[in-house]
Ligand binder design. Sequence first.
Ligand code: ATP
Length: 292
Amino acid sequence: MSESTSESEGTSPADGVEPASGPTARTDQSGTDETGDDEVVLQTQDLSKFFGAIEAVKDVSIDVKADEILAIAGDNGAGKTTFIRMLSGVLQPTAGEIYLREDGRLVEQFFSSSKDAMDAGIATVYQEQHLSPNASAANNIFLGMEPLKDGPEGWLLRRTDMDHMITESRSLLNEIGFDFDPRSKVNELSGGQKQAVAVARALIRDPPIIILDEPTSEVSTTGTDKIIDLVRGIPDGEKSVILISHKIDVVVDVADRIAVMRDGEIVEILNTNEDDVDRLDIVERMHRERER
Ligand SMILES: Nc1ncnc2c1ncn2[C@@H]1O[C@H](COP(=O)(O)OP(=O)(O)OP(=O)(O)O)[C@@H](O)[C@H]1O
């Protein structure tokens, strides 16, 4: 397979863009491609992150299209986690921009927290999951958005509607292929079931973009298959998924495109629907010494 270069990713927002005037400044621009079919929902331009002298992410420019599963594959230390932490508001970029589609245009974003990113429509499921082990699956899924029982308006002592939370959680878990009691405490669940709770917690907020960080890292072989099905099942015509993994079999099986990351850079983007994707070739590209 010949070394293909990184795709020229979509539009060039730098053209005609006014400089940002402050932390909340926003810049509008058109992000529709020529056909309009592959609508870009998220774009990064020269996104970089230094930790002291270490440049963990270097000038990453990439488009995420509506309804696609984009995998980012790379070896340990390639910069995957740092990259998605910038998209999810946990880290602020040293340089570069993040754009999201809003009202048909790509608009520059300035996330100072993960809540900012969540509010803007990016939900992230971390490999560490961040679940409360002693709370039930339903409580974890609804964390921060618990429905209240009917009661007099303005009455502060209304209780959470646990029945509704259990019914909704059960139905959401079923949708993604899991059938366990949502009243179970998280610390009683298997690795795959915990992952399903974390994904359900992201899905219930109905975000247009979901980032899954290494979702198969802690699950059994059977669990892994379920998670792959789960990832496949997520885009429902509206959702885009960014999947972070160093497991090539997983990314080749589920992704529409695979961005190979090495030494902080995206070195190649493969389209699994068009390119003849060779797993060993990807592994080699992940590991190859950077050409100087
Ligand atoms: N908080 C930090 N402080 C200093 N260096 C960091 C920090 N976070 C990451 N790095 C460095 O940045 C580089 C990229 O790390 P990152 O965790 O993003 O890679 P990764 O591809 O996600 O790796 P893994 O698959 O092991 O999670 C590495 O050299 C790492 O040591």
